[in-house]
Design a protein around this ligand. Structure first.
Ligand code: HXC
Length: 262
């Protein structure tokens, strides 16, 4: 049996209940690898097809929702590995196929691919210790799971550009002010609040819930596809650069990177 990189639980006692997914690589701050994303995708699709489930909540540990894609796992990728393996596109966007609402309950770090995963969910409820960021630039790459497209749509160009170019993090209070998260709650009450929101959604008519979600997403995503596709080509191409090798090797070996800008 493969390792449980996610934990699943069904919560509630109504006709439709909530599927809770907990990302489960706490020692690695829930760094997202391919096996985890496969397990996450399978759980999401199974519950999307299950009439007894009305809403899904994805959460992490108190310290990290997810600190990004697993840097060690992708450090050695070549452009061909990324392109031929259909990296990200193959299994990261399953959450976007889910027709039922998916809430991200974020505590601690939501960085890089972790921030992107949270943004792919329908809305984010943040604990007051949450920190959001797109620090890929420090590794010699750029966000590759929609971050350069969804972040500006959520927080505006100025803040998104600042975060993507300087790698600075945004705390929960700023994220709420900027519109990245729907609400901020005390860390100890994060799950309770997210599950309460999910239970409310479960109590609504399933078809209207799905159509409401579809409509809001339509408003949000018009024109997005081209942007993400463009981003993906650039993201894959960055695996052909010296700076990606340097940035990731430096991270893995716990030293400062020396970029050569090529
Ligand atoms: C692999 C990671 C990781 C990651 C943390 N770890 N983030 N491993 N990939 N993204 C591991 C650390 O190596 C360490 O392992 C353990 O988790 C705990 O992390 P520490 O660094 O010791 O914790 P701390 O000092 O508290 O710092 C927390 C942190 C830092 C600020 C979040 O870990 C960090 O900067 N992580 C990288 C964040 C990042 O660059 N994310 C973007 C990744 S690129 P050991 O074995 O030493 O205990 C990305 C691309 C997206 O996401 C593109 C498409 C998805």
């Amino acid at each position: 049996m493969s390792e449980a990189l996610i934990l699943t639980e069904i919560i509630g006692d109504g006709a439709r209940r909530t599927g809770l997914i907990t990302l489960n690589r706490p020692k690695q701050l829930n760094a997202l690898n391919d096996a985890l994303m496969d397990q996450l995708g399978a759980a999401l699709l199974a519950w999307d097809a299950d009439d007894a489930i009305g809403c899904i909540v994805i959460t992490g540990s108190e310290r990290a929702f997810a600190a990004g894609a697993d840097i060690g796992a992708m450090a050695g990728y070549s452009y061909m590995d990324a392109y031929l393996g259909n990296y990200i596109t193959r299994n990261w966007e399953t959450v976007r196929q889910v027709r039922k609402p998916v809430i991200a309950a974020v505590s601690g770090f939501a960085l890089g691919g972790g921030c992107e995963l949270a943004m792919m969910c329908d809305f984010i409820i943040a604990a007051d210790n949450a920190n959001f960021g797109q620090p890929e630039i420090k590794l010699g790459i750029i966000p590759g799971a929609g971050g350069t497209q969804r972040l500006p749509r959520a927080v505006g160009k100025a803040k998104a550009m600042d975060m993507v170019l300087t790698a600075r993090m945004m705390d929960a209070a700023e994220a709420e002010r900027a519109g990245l998260v729907s609400r901020v709650v005390p860390t100890a009450r994060l799950l309770e609040e997210a599950l309460a929101a999910a239970a409310l959604i479960c109590s609504m008519g399933g078809a209207s819930v799905m159509m409401a979600k579809q409509c809001v997403n339509r408003a949000f995503e018009s024109g997005l596809a081209d942007g993400v596709s463009y981003e993906r080509q650039m993201f894959h191409a960055l695996f052909a650069t010296d700076d990606q090798k340097e940035g990731m090797d430096a991270f893995v070996n716990k030293r400062k990177p020396v970029f050569r800008h090529r």
